[in-house]
Design a binder for this molecule. Structure first.
Ligand code: ZN
Length: 201
């Protein structure tokens, strides 16, 4: 028992929100709370570059072995790590605006340039008889990997199925048009309690 709320999980010493977005890019956007207030997050889960790395393995975007090696690299490059964490948080803001159709010219440009940069860093590699795109394993990998996935999502039909939780502003995919809340356990439940309180008043 960790005593954590049910929507959070303790992973390798770091508290992270459980995935509810049905897409890793949306779960990346959901690594901070309260998008709806237009200001700073009340809760930030990407509190360090290491937390971001652990989140990547928790969501299944990077293998635990890769994350282990990258965490080892962070010790020798503190300046780079600070810069990369800031770039990650900046991308998350720009991406949120693009995904929710609120992007200004400059936020769109910032997100698009990062996605293009990530695209340019891919290498076509041959494994057995398959060809795959790969990114080099270095401290740029996690953000560039996310940027590539974001580029795919933004240009795919799934983009039309991205919904915003009316309570907290988190994003999720809703291909069947049946979901209203990011999660019934948190925002859905709060709304139910509010509705009940209004009825009995
Ligand atoms: Zn919500």
């Amino acid at each position: 028992m960790t005593g954590l709320p049910s929507h959070l999980e303790l992973v390798q010493g770091v508290v992270l929100p459980k995935p509810v977005g049905a897409h890793p890019v949306l779960d990346f956007v959901n690594t901070r709370s309260e998008w709806t207030n237009g200001g700073p997050a009340r809760t930030e889960w990407l509190t360090s570059y290491e937390a971001f790395l652990i989140w990547n393995s928790y969501i299944g975007l990077l293998s635990p072995a890769t994350v282990f090696r990258l965490i080892e690299q962070t010790g020798s490059s503190p300046t780079e790590v600070t810069r990369r964490l800031q770039a990650t948080l900046d991308f998350r803001v720009d991406l949120y605006d693009v995904l929710t159709g609120q992007a200004t010219e400059s936020t769109f440009e910032a997100a698009a340039r990062l996605i293009e940069k990530a695209s340019g860093r891919r290498r076509l590699v041959r494994t057995d008889d398959e060809l795959t795109w790969e990114l080099r394993e270095d401290l740029a990998l996690p953000l560039h990997n996310l940027a590539l996935l974001a580029g795919e999502l933004l240009t795919s039909p799934s983009r039309d199925h991205v919904r915003t939780c009316p309570s907290c502003g988190w994003l999720f995919l809703d291909p069947r048009g049946r979901r209203r809340w990011c999660s019934m356990a948190t925002c859905g439940n709060r709304a139910k309690v509010r509705a009940h309180a209004a009825r009995v008043r």
